[in-house]
Each structure stands twice: as C-alpha cells, then as structure tokens.
Ligand binder design. Structure first.
Ligand code: ITT
Length: 202
C-alpha cells in the first residue's frame, strides 16, 4: 500500500513517511515519478494551493494523491509570510535564508523596543491537506494549526523550515528540538493528518 504525496519538500516527505509507516503504508513523493507537470502555487489560501498540487499530480498519474500546503503566520507581520513561506527570501531560497530574512524583518520592525527579550512575536503554523481521487473527482480536506512564538534564539536541528525559530512555551523548546514523534503529536501537519484520517474513517 502506497500513499503518493504531491510534494518536493524532503522535510514533509520524512514526516509523512514516518506517520504512514505506523499505518503500514509506504510514502512516495514527486521525486519518485517523472514527467509531472509544473505546479503554479498562486492560490490565496493554503487550502487552495493544496488542491492545486493534489489535482495536478493526481490528474497526471490518474491515482489518488495527497497534497500538503503549509506555512508560518507571524502576528506582528499581519500573518506573513503565510502562503509565501517557502519563498520568503526569494524564489528557491533555502531554509536558512528564509529564517534569516524573518529575523531581519522582525528585528527591524521591533527596532527601538526592548530586544533583551528573545520572544519576538506570537505566530502559528498552518497546514492544509487535500486527498484527491482523479477517478471519482472527489476530494477530502483537513487542516491543522499550532501556536507558538518566533524566537531570536534559534535552536535545534530536527524538523525543517522555520522549526528552529518556532518556540513552544509549553515545552521550553523550539519545534526543531522535538523528536519526529513529538513534533507529529503537536504539529499543524500531525493534527491535519489525524483530522483527515478521521474524516476518511467516518
Ligand atoms: P511542496 O509545495 O513541494 O510541498 P514547499 O516547501 O514549497 O514544498 P509549501 O509551498 O507548502 O511547500 O511551503 C511550506 C513552507 O512553509 C516550507 O517551505 C517551510 O518554509 C514552511 N513550513 C511548513 N511546514 C513547516 C514545518 O512543519 N516546520 C517548519 N516550517 C514549515
């Protein structure tokens, strides 16, 4: 049993592979198929972009496909980078470049204020999942979010993306300091996946 995930993000692949292994399923990603179409993620919402990815890959393969669109929304930045999270520092930017850009933008926004405090702004991660079946044309959607803070004191080497800057006060750790299991238990992606599975089992 295989689950195809319409993603090229290796951090997402690792998390889905871990979650689905527990259900006895193997995960394949866009790296496992050739000739897939170019996907333009120009939707205004995570859900719209997840639908675009699931449809593009599902229609091309004529197989059911799961897609994840996710991102970081920072309160002090009115929800930015949001749907632009992957390319905040520019098209093709690395995680490190995006993280530096975020700290830069936040620190200049806070210039003159008390910067002794490492916690810069409340923030949340959001994840929209779409499972699309090209044969029936039907799709099932679910979403999840997790609240935290952007910290100036980045830490940890787990996870991916903005995880080293995302501080969880309840754990006194960043998301990158959690194990894969711990992240799964509390993350936007873990919550969205459990919600999707509950819907499918209804
Ligand atoms: P695909 O579209 O191929 O799936 P992507 O990285 O472009 O890969 P998105 O458009 O959904 O995916 O952008 C998600 C970005 O949001 C991702 O690159 C990270 O910067 C950030 N992000 C999402 N989930 C995250 C997580 O669990 N931890 C840290 N950062 C995350």
């Amino acid at each position: 049993p295989v689950v195809i995930v319409a993603t090229k993000n290796k951090g997402k692949v690792r998390e889905f592979a871990h979650a689905f292994a527990a259900l006895g399923k193997e995960v394949k990603s866009m790296y496992d198929y050739e000739g897939l179409p170019e996907i333009i993620e120009d939707g205004d919402t995570f859900a719209a972009n997840a639908m675009k990815k699931a449809k593009a890959v599902g229609d091309a393969l004529q197989l059911p496909v799961l897609a994840d669109d996710s991102g970081l929304c920072v309160q002090l930045l009115d929800g930015a980078p949001g749907v632009y999270s992957a390319r905040y520092a520019g098209e093709g930017a690395s995680d490190d470049e995006n993280n530096l850009k975020l700290l830069d933008v936040l620190e200049s926004k806070l210039a003159g204020e008390d910067t002794e405090q490492p916690l810069l702004s409340p923030a949340h991660f959001e994840c929209a999942l779409v499972l699309y079946d090209p044969v029936s044309g039907e799709s099932v959607e679910a979403s999840g979010r997790v609240e935290g803070w952007i910290t100036a004191e980045s830490g940890g080497s787990g996870g991916f993306g903005y995880d080293p800057l995302f501080y969880l006060p309840e754990y006194s750790k960043t998301m990158a300091e959690l194990s894969l299991e711990q992240k799964q238990a509390i993350s936007h992606r873990g919550k969205a996946l459990r919600a999707l599975i509950a819907k499918l089992n209804r």
